[in-house]
Design a protein around this ligand. Structure first.
Ligand code: GLC
Ligand code: CA
Length: 544
């Protein structure tokens, strides 16, 4: 598959569509909605993990890589989904969680029973029962080490204590993981997303981190490029689409991960542009969005990845992020305009777009008022941590409401009927209280909907080589209120102009738009031929 002109649609199966009335989305539910994805125009769906799992982290804690968690369906359901997707020309991308397994995985259980072979699959270290081997912190809060009295050893878990990190230095571990890839490829899978893959190479020596939480020792670790090259070579990644999720990574490393001549991955997710509302890099301390920084990060990643032949995944949302329109747009006065502007700004840049379920409808944050409405392990942990830091319950709830991963995990909204058409019974997690009335059924019919605008953006990339393969140059880089760029290829040009603010903005675009025709605008009564004024959140696309 050509990944430069393709768009990937991300599905969080638990919240996508419940086909059998148990309140939980499932594989048959995805199969039933493939026509919807086709209608939108996406080429591939990335489905987050549905493998056997105790669901402590909603499937990112895998206890069997080769079988399906019963609540999601059966292998036959999976095969049926692949068959239908194939017939519609939609590829399936699976989520490979290779940094860790669930502590319920057979390997870990055997390790606990003292089996030397499997102890070596994980990172067990000696240290006295009251002092972890290092002071590293788990990304979900608390120590990154857990003590096992039976073995008198600690094991490393960068995430929840039920997610034990695998020991990639052990060639047997890498061989097991390649087998997982081969197995799913054999089932007709066309792509893989690798979960926090840049964290798998741990240092030789484990030492305390006196200036941070330990991440500097294992992020983009010593053998990461070597490991990825091996995975590519022996895991049969040549003819599938691959994307790595890169936690706290660097531009330099992402060039290495994605430059085709390195033979590692096709593209990478990086998150620096989604930390521009963190205070001092701390997700749990709120700060208004720094739009200047947002723009600088996007521009520099675009420019440098292009110069060095790297390739970005383009995204605002996923199952770990709040809804973009709530975060960077204006849900009160300019809901549609800002949702469409953000999409234009992001998805016409150089890279492969990833649209997260419900983003194409302009779904908003969950708007939960009570801690009992949350399901996510990270949110529940941090609610306690924040309170233990002396923050009032009410303030802690407010922070969680802005930052919780559950903001993106509320059920997909299909109709205006019961449970938004997601399920015939009460869903496993509540509907977004802020998104009442938003639904796919209505948006498909409304030619000015966010959905139909997304459709146009996706189609544009398919039909226009300047967007899929062209160079990118930014202009008005000094202006914090604007986001503007030019794409060019073989004498053809596309110009994208966005007003990132809720105010009218003035600027002279004459020289950039000379001889160009407007092909898309997010206002229905477009008057973009006026080259000087942009209305609130206005976005327009021109071509020559
Ligand atoms: C990734 C996933 C996230 C998960 C974590 C641990 O960041 O996107 O949902 O909790 O890895 O697997
Ligand atoms: Ca179900």
């Amino acid at each position: 598959m050509n990944f430069t002109n393709s768009t990937v649609y991300q599905i969080y199966p638990k919240s996508f569509y419940d086909s059998n009335g148990d309140g939980i989305g499932d594989l048959n539910g995805i199969t039933m909605k493939l026509d919807y994805i086709k209608e939108l125009g996406a080429d591939m769906i990335w489905i987050t993990p549905f493998f056997c799992s105790p669901q402590k982290d909603n499937g990112y804690d895998i206890s069997d890589y080769l079988n399906i968690e019963p609540m999601y369906g059966t292998m036959t359901d999976f095969e049926e989904m692949v068959r239908k997707a194939d017939s519609l020309g939609i590829g399936i991308m699976l989520d490979m969680v290779f940094n860790h397994t669930s502590t319920e995985h057979q390997w870990f259980k055997k390790a606990l029973s003292g089996d030397k072979k499997y102890i070596d699959y994980y990172i067990f270290r000696d240290s006295s029962p009251d002092t972890p081997p290092t002071n590293w912190q788990s990304k979900f809060g608390g120590s990154a080490w857990e003590y096992v009295p039976e073995l008198k050893k600690w094991y490393l878990h960068l995430f929840d204590k039920t997610q034990a990190d695998l020991y990639w230095e052990n060639p047997k571990v890498r061989e097991e993981l390649k087998n997982v890839l081969r197995f799913w490829k054999g089932k007709g899978v066309k792509g893989f997303r690798f979960d926090v893959i840049n964290l798998v190479s741990k240092p030789q020596k484990f030492e305390n981190d006196y200036i941070g939480d330990g991440r500097r020792f294992y992020t983009d670790g010593p053998k990461i490029h070597e490991f990825l090259k091996e995975l590519h070579r022996d895991g049969g990644l040549d003819d599938v689409v691959t994307v790595g999720e890169m936690s706290s990574t660097s531009l330099e490393n992402c060039i290495g991960y994605t430059n085709p001549k390195e033979k590692e991955l096709n593209m990478s997710f990086s998150f620096h542009h989604l930390k521009v509302d963190y205070f001092n890099g701390d997700k749990w301390k709120l700060q208004p969005t720094d739009y200047r920084k947002l723009k600088d990060i996007l521009e520099s990643w675009q420019t440098k990845m292009a110069e060095n032949n790297g390739w970005n995944a383009l995204f605002w949302c996923n199952h770990d992020q709040p809804r973009t329109v709530s975060r960077f747009g204006d849900t009160k006065e300019f809901h549609k305009e800002s949702a469409k502007m953000l999409a234009t700004l992001m998805y016409l840049m150089r890279g492969t777009p990833y649209i997260y379920q419900g983003e194409e409808l302009g779904l908003e944050n969950a708007g939960f008022k009570n801690i009992s409405q949350y399901r996510d392990v990270e949110s529940l942990n941090y609610f306690e941590i924040l309170k233990s830091q002396g923050i009032s319950e009410q303030d802690a709830l407010y922070i969680i409401s802005q930052r919780s991963r559950d903001n993106g995990r509320t059920p997909m909204q299909w109709t205006n009927g019961e449970n938004a058409g997601f399920s015939s019974v009460t869903p496993w997690i509540g509907l977004s209280e802020n998104s009442k009335g938003i639904c796919a059924e209505n948006e498909i019919k409304d030619e000015n909907s966010v959905f139909n605008y997304f459709k146009k953006l996706i189609a544009l990339r398919k039909t226009n080589k300047v967007i899929s393969d062209g160079d990118i140059d930014f202009f008005y880089s000094d202006r914090e209120d604007l986001f503007c760029y030019k794409r060019s290829l073989d004498g053809k040009q596309i110009v994208v102009i966005c007003n990132m603010t809720k105010n009218e903005v003035h600027a002279d675009f004459t020289k950039y738009l000379k001889g160009m025709d407007m092909i898309l605008c997010n206002y229905n009564d477009c008057n973009c031929q006026n080259n000087e004024i942009l209305r609130p959140y206005e976005a327009a696309v021109y071509e020559k």
